[in-house]
Write a protein that binds this ligand. Structure first.
Ligand code: 6PG
Length: 257
């Protein structure tokens, strides 16, 4: 089966620097080739140092941000001002400092849904409608984003697609996800369908820390079962995994070295 490219770097700082450089390159290339870039970023703790690098010289000058539209792969179904919001760190450390206009910032519309008394499924439908109305190319029925960034959880989730998720049986571009009970935070989510990752032009998986070593060993192990290890959706040709040495510690010997 075809495999991704796996890059192993010494520490989280080197991972952030490499990821930021690749993101800047991918966004600049998409704007140069297609006039616009649509990328989806992630939540968790990993992206903040990357946002800081993208918002500073020299990378900030490399990306024509006027042509870039920012989306999220998933978010928690909480108000945008909540500490659990995945949109807040990107606004604070990247989009705000760069002065990106609201028309180019496509956060999951949790505030609108909460104000309307809706649940996560209706919020997902709103987000899908926003994706459909922004001129994104569609292939095989799925939106083709220029770049998607994901992290993975210690249970093997990516996006908000957890082990055993029914997301794999659903057809919507964006899905409401019930609150997981096995991993914090225990709040409902809104997530892109994992199939959106199959068609993305570029897919970057960014992982660091010893706490991810065991699950990475499973994800890159001999068995393929994306329902058990959703992160295997990103174990595909054309994806790039950027890991630090601690996270890579239990990879099979022939991966990334
Ligand atoms: C979320 C994220 C999630 C995250 C991973 C990794 O909403 O929780 O989108 O999929 O990327 O859990 O998180 P860390 O970056 O904190 O390791």
């Amino acid at each position: 089966m075809s495999e991704p490219s796996v890059v192993i770097l010494p520490d989280p700082a080197a991972v952030a620097a490499d990821a930021a450089d690749r993101i800047a390159g991918a966004l600049a290339e998409a704007v140069a080739e297609r006039g616009r870039a649509h990328w989806a970023t992630t939540g968790g703790s990993t992206p903040v140092p990357i946002y800081r690098l993208l918002a500073s010289s020299p990378l900030r000058d490399r990306v024509p941000w006027k042509g870039v539209h920012t989306w999220w792969g998933d978010d928690r179904f909480v108000p945008s001002t909540d500490a659990l919001s995945n949109a807040a760190p990107a606004r604070e450390h990247l989009l705000g400092p760069l002065g990106v206009p609201e028309s180019h910032v496509h956060a999951v519309p949790t505030d609108a849904s909460l104000a309307a008394g809706e649940g996560p499924n209706a919020c997902a439908a709103r987000y899908e409608a926003e994706l459909r109305s922004n001129g994104i190319v569609v292939a095989d029925g799925w939106p083709v984003l220029d770049l998607v960034i994901v992290g993975i959880g210690s249970d093997g989730h990516l996006l908000s697609v957890f082990p055993g998720s029914t997301a794999f049986d659903r057809g919507g571009w964006v899905l409401g996800i019930p609150a997981p009970s096995h991993i914090e935070p225990h709040v409902a989510r809104v997530s892109l369908n994992p199939r959106v990752l199959d068609v993305a032009h570029q897919l970057l998986v960014i992982v660091h820390g010893a706490g991810k070593a065991a699950i990475l060993g499973d994800v890159f192990g001999p068995d393929r079962d994306e329902r058990r290890w959703p992160a295997q959706v990103a174990r595909r040709a054309g994806a790039t995994w950027i890991l630090d040495a601690a996270a890579a510690d239990r990879l099979p010997a022939d991966v990334g070295r």
